[in-house]
Write a protein that binds this ligand. Sequence first.
Ligand code: SF4
Length: 363
Amino acid sequence: MSTTSQHHASVTLPPIHVPPHPKWPPLEGERLVAMKERIKSLLRQQDAVLVAHYYTDGLLQDLAEETGGCVADSLEMARFGTTHPASTLVVAGVRFMGETAKILNNEKRVLMPDLNASCSLDDGCPHELFADFCDQHPDHTVVVYANTSAEVKARADWVVTSGIALAIVQHLASQGKKILWAPDRHLGAYVQKMSGADMLFWPGSCVVHEEFRAVALERLRRLHPGAAVLVHPESADAVIAQADVVGSTTVLIKAAASLPNREFIVATDKGIFNKMRQVAPGKVFLEAPTVGEGATCQSCANCPWMGMNSLHSLARVLEVGDNEVHVDADLAKRAQVPIRRMLDFAAALKRSATAGACPSEPA
Ligand code: SF4
């Protein structure tokens, strides 16, 4: 592990408007059953498949699995859409996930329950400002997190998700490349610390993961000394430092199932608890402390943009057919290159893990 100093872009980011948490009418009993049946029938009629992120409402995640869709992190969501034969992909997540699905499946119809479902990382990285930053550093390889617009991806050499970021940066660093990283500064700092790579950072952050508080986490750990601490690397350094496991949503879910601990303190969006309880029944999952409800906190470990997805908004979009994601064909072609590079690298990594070798440069 290296202690390389950090260099940040000196840009003034636009203010991020965090929407209030949407309030959906409760669905229980017969009304819930009727709503699920309605959606299942609409999915069949429309030759559609539901792809949901781990941070969405548990009811959506369960329905995705019940109907042959998938619940996954953003890397797997991107992969799933390319392999499933359905002509319509319904992406329950945030806008960049719908865009990525469209970029990789230009011939398919991609719908989202709510097109306003954004992300503070995406909103905090306007493509014109980002292009200026890249132009100032032409000697750097541009690596961007998946949580970015199609325009920002089109400017990148590589797209990464949190699940594969470290492996790709280590690969580039081993070739002596200097890296321009955007937009999440916390994930970037973590990757730099683990890889020792020469990195320049865009100063973006996730409003959800930034709320986790290190001092309150120390107190909670003292109250639950047997608990394992699971942390997503979009969290601040002082929170990551207390983790037993740092990783993508998939890594954290696997840790919940495989570690022997009975209790877990989890620092990521609480939507993930739905899957953790499924894979580790009987174990106890505690939310890592945030700024707190009633304080200035507007997300409290629950992404308000992810919250725009519900059974109501899903049924509505399947009935009305609006909220279709469009990405200009030329832009999609350019944005596809760094995404495919990541997917090819991930496939090579998987093959080499099976064969016990190092991944070679993907095509
Ligand atoms: S949890 Fe953070 S990174 Fe994920 S979609 Fe919400 S704002 Fe973006």
